[in-house]
Ligand binder design. Sequence first.
Ligand code: PLP
Length: 391
Amino acid sequence: MTLLAEVAAEALAAIHARGTHRRMRVLDGAQAPRMIVDGREVLLFAGSNYLDLAHHPEVVEAAARAARDIGCAAGGSRLISGNLALHEALEEDLAKFFQTETALAFSTGYAANLGVIPALVGKGDAVVSDALSHASIVDGCRLSRAAVRVFPHGDTEALDHVLEIASRDHRRVLLAIDGVYSMDGDVAPVAEMVALAERHRAMVLLDDAHGTGTLGAQGRGSAEWCGVTSGIDVLLGALGKGLGSFGAFVVGSRALRELLVNVARSFIFTCALAPPQVAAARAALGIARREPWRRERLQANAARLRQRLAARGVDTRPSTTHIVPVRIGENGAAMAVCERLLERGFYAQGIRHPSVPEGTARLRLTPMASHGEDEIDALAEAVVDEVDRAR
Ligand SMILES: Cc1ncc(COP(=O)(O)O)c(C=O)c1O
């Protein structure tokens, strides 16, 4: 046995023993509410193409045109030959849309958190974060070498206390939180948290990967949904979820952009987004802006799903958005329900530790704007049956 084979066998045996072994399903066909998953046609309730823009003709045409006119790669990092007029145009669109001074695109949301957090805090500083923060916030905190202080999920009283101590004991403090929790579908109490950060003179990073385009009257996300118009220093959004393309961005002040261009390692030491991705994101942003019915339908579909499930005794708390969890508890049971739903023609992903805390394995249901009410009802019916069977 090679050393690598030994390492892999040992780690994988432990993963199997925990019941958390993962495999990738293969999807085929156009990104749509109905797709081929592992060779079987099913209704897709597991994706993040929430507004159904990834295969929108205008988005596809924009990407194709950019590939034809410019090419399939930016040809370098943003600071070395890869900064295209197209990137700057996307960033102007984003800054205008979010009513901020500037925007800066990153390769992914994961990379953005790895770059932004260490750009803002380091040794001698503190970063304060929610217990259920996304892995990319957690990893960004670790990379920063700042002291990490965690408060219980959504608990503003505890946050007040943690911020008070952090600001007393550290030079600078950053509050880094998610807008929409990607595995629970609840929205952070952004207004209260931003007010607390202001009171304790902490900077605020709001990671709104799942709120971009999907929440708020204009689609500006969870801050807009919570009525917050100021006090967020860094708003991080996704291009690869609701906006149906790839990549991520941050919006904020001129000073923020200049700082990140100069120090954010995950911005500096990586290829710039490819032209088709950038062009697709610009087209999708335009559609999201002028077609509010997409987020309205998305939220209506999610509300219908939650209501249908609740009426039959299936709890979807704490979701208030388009991410609808159904807690099952035990890993094997959650994955068994996921498999049975696939057999019945629904792809709803089972989620286990470490994506969620141990003992809280769940189905994560994500309707799209373009699912019909009959499809939502059929899913609810099948979930109720299978969850009942698993209990
Ligand atoms: C809250 C949050 N932040 C960041 C990310 C990472 O974004 P990306 O997929 O663009 O890397 C995700 C991904 O699901 C997320 O849920």
